[in-house]
Design a protein around this ligand. Structure first.
Ligand code: PMP
Length: 425
């Protein structure tokens, strides 16, 4: 028995599925999850001491790689000054000011402890501000595990949603309309029918929770125009895309200004932190200024703020995103070329420092198209790569992430490992 197997068996006795977040259990791909014991730069080592080139990076936060020395030092110094006060600290203002400088659509911002809290709070705020109940989300987009957001499409295109999780009241799911990503006509129809009741549209501006699906400009423009026309708010969930697809996040990349934005992952530099912010008149509806309640014992935690501040400072280095984007493209182009050489149906694409890999002829544009890709082929690929010391996300429906510490040699080694597997066909 390997140490990973031993730990997994032990974990399952006390932790449901042996994990504290479901996808970690390797249910989609089968086999034993890696229990990590250490990370440094682009690499993570499992409990058996095996080294992997890590393309998960804690699902996005680790844009500077594992254990960046400056981030670690800032966290250590903050820890020595006190772990939490439940009272304001100066660092929170520094982080708020920096976020607002980097994301011009935000006049004000509030810090929370996770992406889930950021999106849940932004939805409550949108409902409170508009005094409307309905929300629109898109099938395949994930916005954390708040009740209103764990909803799948109803039986017809414009019917209200059904819970996608046990424990979510059907009555609550009835307030969520689930539409198709990249379908502006369907969105227009929804606003035609229900416009006066819609509080907000929430979207991943590049979808990263159904593999990677890029938005069309028409889709983005339709969301902005329709919400504006009908007095609804547009929420960009940038928990994944924030500072990942570019320094201006997805809104900067695409030139679309949302009313509210949510952040997580990179803004906490690997520590638990989320943020939501936007227009001043909307943000002023939050307690203690306004009637919409939102709070947190550990909100604005000094250690998380310290890690976030260093991370956001370092990503502003000149050329950072050029390098990150070039490395990510080298990976996707290298893998695509290797597959083509061996006649394997496979494609890949990158947006900034995130990427999608597809066992399909062309990149999917919606959840339905994504579901048509060859998941079995992905699972075999995943295990072959794991064996070769390359850690991709353990499910076909996840985006991948490159950090600034992934070297040309790491990318070349990854492509070589994939080439060898594609060759076996
Ligand atoms: N929104 C998006 C777009 C996400 O990708 C995630 C997490 N992967 C969340 C929200 C939820 O964030 P968290 O896991 O920090 O609660």
């Amino acid at each position: 028995m390997t140490k990973n197997q031993e730990l997994f068996a032990r974990a399952q006795r006390t932790i449901p599925g042996g994990v504290n977040s479901p996808v970690r259990a390797f249910r989609a791909v089968g086999g034993t999850p890696c229990f990590f014991s250490r990370g440094e730069g682009a690499y993570a080592w499992d409990a058996d001491g095996k080294r992997y080139i890590d393309y998960v990076g804690s699902w996005g936060p680790l844009i500077l790689g594992h254990a960046d020395p400056e981030v670690v030092a800032a966290v250590q110094q903050a820890a020595a000054r006190g772990l939490s006060f439940g009272a304001p600290t100066e660092g929170e203002i520094d982080l708020a000011e920096l976020l607002i400088k980097l994301v011009p659509s935000m006049d004000m911002v509030r810090l929370v402890s996770s992406g889930t809290e950021a999106t849940m709070s932004a939805i409550r705020l949108a409902r409170g501000y508009t005094e409307r109940d309905l929300i629109i989300k898109f099938e395949g987009c994930y916005h954390g595990h708040a009740d209103s957001l764990l909803v799948k499409a109803g039986s017809g295109a414009l019917t209200f949603g059904n819970p996608s999780s046990g424990g979510v009241p059907a009555d609550l799911a009835q307030h969520t309309l689930v539409l198709q990503y990249n379908d502006p006509a369907q969105l227009a129809e929804a606003f035609d029918h229900h416009g006066e009741r819609i509080a907000c549209v929430i979207v991943e501006p590049v979808a990263g929770n159904m593999n990677l699906i890029a938005p069309t400009q028409e889709f983005l423009k339709a969301m902005r125009e329709l919400t504006h026309k009908h007095g609804a708010l547009l929420i960009f969930d940038e928990v994944m895309t924030g500072f990942r697809v570019g320094l201006g996040s997805a809104q900067g990349l695409f030139g679309i200004t949302p009313d509210l934005s949510t952040f997580g992952k990179i803004v906490g530099g690997g520590m638990p932190l989320g943020a939501f912010g936007g227009r001043r008149d909307v943000m002023e509806k939050i307690a203690p200024l306004g009637p919409v309640y939102q709070a947190g014992t550990l909100s604005g935690n000094p250690l998380s703020v310290a890690a976030g501040l260093v991370t956001l400072r370092k990503i502003q280095a000149p050329g950072f995103y050029d390098t990150l984007g070039a490395r990510t493209r080298a990976l996707t182009e290298g893998l695509t070329a290797a597959a083509a050489k061996h006649g394997v149906q496979f494609c890949a694409q990158a947006v900034g420092g995130m990427f999608g890999l597809y066992f399909a002829a062309t990149p999917p544009r919606s959840y339905v198209e994504m579901m048509a890709s060859d998941r079995e082929a992905f699972n075999r690929f995943f295990h072959a790569m794991l064996e070769a010391g390359v850690y991709f996300a353990p499910a076909a429906f996840e985006a991948g992430f490159v950090s600034i510490t992934h070297s040309d040699a790491d990318i070349a080694a990854t492509v070589a490992a994939a080439d060898a597997w594609f060759a076996q066909g």
